[in-house]
Design a protein around this ligand. Structure first.
Ligand code: GLY
Length: 380
C-alpha cells in the first residue's frame, strides 16, 4: 500500500500529566495551524523561534507566517546545525538571544527542528527567567516520535551526552509529517530506529506491522502517520506513568547505553547518527539478552533482520572507519561508564525478556558485558 500524499485529519495524542498535560498533534500540513493553536493556548504571548540553519531554509517562513496570521509577534534565533549546538556555548548563545529579544515569562519559545534544537531550546526555556513555556515543532522523524515528547531537555558535556538538563514539558507538540519529506533517506532511517524501538520494547504486534509496512512508512502517507501516532501513544503512556524516569521510563533507553558509547567513540559526528547508534545498540541489547538466555537467538536475529531491511546499520563493523580505529572493549566500557544509567559503577541495561517486552536489568556484571563486546568487535 502506498497511501496518497495528501492532508489527512490530524491525530491528537494527549499526554495527560495533570497541570502539565499537553497535546501532540500529528498530521500532514498541521504546521499551518500552529499559530491558531498557540493563540488559543496563550492569548497575547509573543513567540521566539529557535531553529537551525538547515531547518530555517525549509520551514522558518511557513512557521512565522502561521504565527503572524494568528496575530503572534515573532523573533528568530538560528543556531548551527548539529550536535555542536547542544553545548555550553550553544545554551549561552540561545539564552542571551532570548534575553536580547525581551522574551518574558508570559511569552513562548518555539523549538523548530530536530532533537538537537528541541533539547537546546527546551532547556533554554526551562532556565530562562526560571522557566517559560515552550512548544515543540519537531522536524525530524526521531524528534516526532521521541525527543519532542516527554519533557527531557538538555545539552551535552564534554564528558558525555545529555549530562546537563532539566525536565520541562512542552505546552504543545505539533508534528507535521509533511516536513519529513525534506529529510535525507539516511536521516529518516535513523529516526525509524526509534519507531522500531517501541515495537521491540513493548508491542510485538506493532513490530510485526512494521516488518510488513516499513517501506510504506519511508514512502510517506497513511502508514507513516499511523507509525508516528502509535509511537507517540506508546511514549505518552510510559511518560504518564513515570514522568521523571524513576522506573519504567528507562525502558525507552533500549539500545541507548551501547548506542551512546558508540556515538561518543565516533566523536558525535556524522559518521553515526543518534538513531543509527540506537539501531546497533538495540541489536546488541537483543543479542546480549539472547546470550543471557532471556530470549531466543531467533528473536534477536529477527530484530537485526528488520532493522537491516529498513536500511539501518546493525553491526559495529557497519560504522564507517570503525574497524580501522581498533576501538577496544575497554574503551567502550569506559564510555558506557559515563552513562546516566550507571549506579556506583554497576551498569543498568535495558534488555529483552521477549520480543515486545523490555526489562530493566540493574547490576549487570561488567566482565560479562566486556567479553560480549570483545566478541562483537572481533566480528562475532
Ligand atoms: N528518549 C528517552 C526518554 O524520553 O525518556
Amino acid at each position: 500500500m502506498t497511501a496518497p500524499l495528501k492532508n489527512t485529519d490530524p491525530v491528537t495524542v494527549e499526554v495527560a500529566l495533570g497541570e502539565r498535560a499537553y497535546d501532540i498533534v500529528i498530521g500532514r500540513g498541521v504546521l499551518a495551524s500552529l499559530g491558531a493553536r498557540v493563540a488559543a493556548l496563550r492569548p497575547g504571548a509573543r513567540a521566539a523561534i529557535v531553529t537551525d540553519e538547515y531547518v530555517a531554509t525549509h520551514w522558518l517562513r511557513k512557521t512565522e507566517a502561521s504565527l503572524l496570521d494568528a496575530g503572534i509577534a515573532t523573533s528568530r534565533i538560528v543556531v548551527d546545525e548539529g550536535e555542536v549546538s547542544k553545548s555550553w556555548e550553544g545554551i549561552e548563545y540561545v539564552c542571551e538571544q532570548l534575553i536580547a529579544a525581551k522574551v518574558e515569562r508570559n511569552d513562548l519559545v518555539i523549538a523548530l527542528g530536530g532533537g538537537v534544537v528541541g533539547d537546546l531550546a527546551g532547556f533554554a526555556a526551562a532556565i530562562l527567567r526560571r522557566g517559560v513555556d515552550f512548544v515543540q515543532v519537531p522536524t525530524s522523524l526521531l524528534a516526532q516520535v521521541d525527543s519532542s515528547v516527554g519533557g527531557k531537555t538538555g545539552i551535552n558535556s564534554p564528558q558525555g551526552k545529555n549530562l546537563v538538563g532539566a525536565f520541562h514539558q512542552p505546552l504543545l507538540v505539533v508534528a507535521d509529517t509533511a516536513v519529513l519529506d525534506t529529510l535525507s533517506q539516511r536521516q529518516f532511517r535513523a529516526g525509524y530506529a526509534e519507531v522500531a524501538k517501541y515495537g521491540v520494547l513493548g508491542d510485538e504486534a506493532f513490530f510485526a506491522w512494521l516488518e510488513v509496512n516499513h517501506a510504506d512508512i519511508l514512502a510517506g502517507g497513511a502508514a507513516r502517520e499511523h507509525a508516528i501516532a502509535t509511537s507517540c501513544r506508546a511514549k505518552a503512556a510510559i511518560v504518564m506513568r513515570d514522568e521523571r524516569e524513576n522506573g519504567e521510563r528507562a525502558l525507552l533507553n533500549l539500545g541507548h547505553t551501547f548506542g551512546h558509547a558508540l556515538e561518543a567513540a565516533t566523536g558525535f559526528s556524522d559518521r553515526l547518527y543518534h538513531g543509527e547508534g540506537v539501531a546497533i545498540g538495540m541489536v546488541l541489547a537483543a543479542e546480549f539478552s539472547a546470550e543471557l538466555g532471556m530470549i531466543a537467538e531467533a528473536d534477536a536475529a529477527r530484530v537485526k533482520r528488520h532493522l537491516a531491511a529498513a536500511g539501518l546499520p546493525t553491526r559495529l563493523q557497519d560504522i564507517a572507519g570503525f574497524s580501522q580505529e581498533r576501538i577496544g572493549a575497554d574503551a567502550l566500557m569506559e564510555l558506557m561508564a559515563q552513562d546516566k544509567k550507571v549506579r556506583r559503577g554497576r551498569l543498568t541495561f535495558i534488555l529483552l525478556k521477549a520480543l515486545g517486552q523490555a526489562v530493566i536489568v540493574p547490576e549487570v556484571e561488567p566482565l560479562r558485558v566486556r567479553e560480549f563486546l570483545a566478541r562483537k568487535l572481533a566480528g562475532a
